[in-house]
Design a protein around this ligand. Structure first.
Ligand SMILES: [Mn+2]
Length: 331
């Protein structure tokens, strides 16, 4: 599915905000698809869009292919009643919208639902987006997909109330690393959303600052694997760490995804890489860079994608070869 460029019903084209609104406004029934291993940006986008359709009286469902359950940290977001399991997503619908997914592969086994749609729309902010829908609104300058949706909602006349704003804020606060990496306008957007009644402190605590005690012994094991490769990435340095399946057993995705935010603080490394072992022995790799390496390009060369400073890919290499594979791609 990764080479999919459009559905059978049309040709892929880039659209602006007005073009996306035209797609949304014409829809009579909608399926919104979030990416696999969902984060708060894809879920916040999916639920906000779902709520917007529900309020217009348009039948809508929101789904993601895997895992089976919504991450616990997102389980109190408004609009979650719109979520359905993958088996309840029909093979055809009037409009299918993919949110925060850089490629069809990121939709997992639900990617084929785009083929069954009368028309399809991508709303995303990934630089590496492959334009896999009929209409593609891709805004790489946007901090989050939820920030793109604010522009869409404003043009579409959607009332951004506290419930929709809470979903939108969830994507904004997480994709900006709690407003560490921001663009002009990010704080103004946050202020606008918070002013509707969003409980920003509770959101940050629930989404970013809450882990079960088991996170601490997991970190102990994982950080013991941390290795500095000073000569890698043209001498700018790479730091790596491994999250073996045995170390993360019983813990949530939230605990596993948090590791890279600790590892990436290493002063001596421009690039941080965390290798996360799945139950089937494959590795999901999270890449972060500080200022000079485009990890989106590196991830794309290895079959993944993402943003300049945050990207990822999956690898079937043996544990001993993972680092070599990455270092070779970085040089
Ligand atoms: Mn995002």
């Amino acid at each position: 599915m990764t080479d999919r460029t459009s559905s059978m019903t049309g040709t892929a084209r880039d659209v602006d905000v007005a073009g996306a609104v035209a797609s949304l406004d014409a829809a009579t029934s909608v399926t919104v698809l979030c990416h696999v291993n969902p984060d708060a940006d894809t879920i916040g986008s999916g639920l906000a869009l779902g709520l917007a359709f529900e309020r217009r009286g348009v039948p809508v469902r929101v789904a993601f292919a895997a895992p089976d359950a919504l991450p616990e940290s997102m389980s109190s977001l408004p609009g979650r009643h719109l979520l359905v399991p993958p088996s309840d997503v029909p093979s055809s619908d009037d409009l299918v919208v993919a949110v925060d997914a850089g490629s069809a592969a990121r939709l997992g086994r639900l990617a084929d639902r785009l083929d069954g749609a009368r028309t399809s729309l991508v709303v995303d902010h990934h630089l590496s987006n492959t334009r896999f829908a009929d209409a593609n609104l891709v805004v790489p300058r946007a901090e989050s997909t939820t920030a793109v949706l604010v522009e869409v909602f404003d043009a579409w006349g959607v009332d951004i109330d506290a419930e929709i704003a809470t979903c939108l804020y969830a994507g904004l606060v997480t994709d900006t690393g709690s407003f560490r990496w921001v663009a002009p306008g990010s704080h103004a957007l946050a202020e606008r959303l918070i002013a509707t009644g969003v409980d920003a402190a509770a959101m940050a605590r629930t989404l970013l600052d809450t882990h079960p005690f088991g996170w601490l012994p997991m970190l102990s094991a994982v950080l013991a694997t941390a290795t500095l490769h000073p000569a890698a990435a043209g001498g700018r340095g790479v730091v790596t760490a491994l999250v073996r399946a045995a170390d993360s057993a019983g813990l949530r995705p939230e605990e596993i995804e948090s590791v890279v935010d600790i590892v990436r603080t290493t002063q001596e490394a421009e690039v941080a890489a965390v290798f996360k072992e799945a139950a089937d022995g494959t590795w999901a790799v999270s890449l972060r860079s500080k200022s000079s390496v485009d990890v989106s390009a590196v991830a794309s060369r290895l079959g993944g994608g993402g943003h300049k400073r945050a990207a990822g890919y999956t690898s079937t290499a043996a544990a001993d070869d993972l680092v070599d594979e990455l270092v070779a791609a970085l040089d």
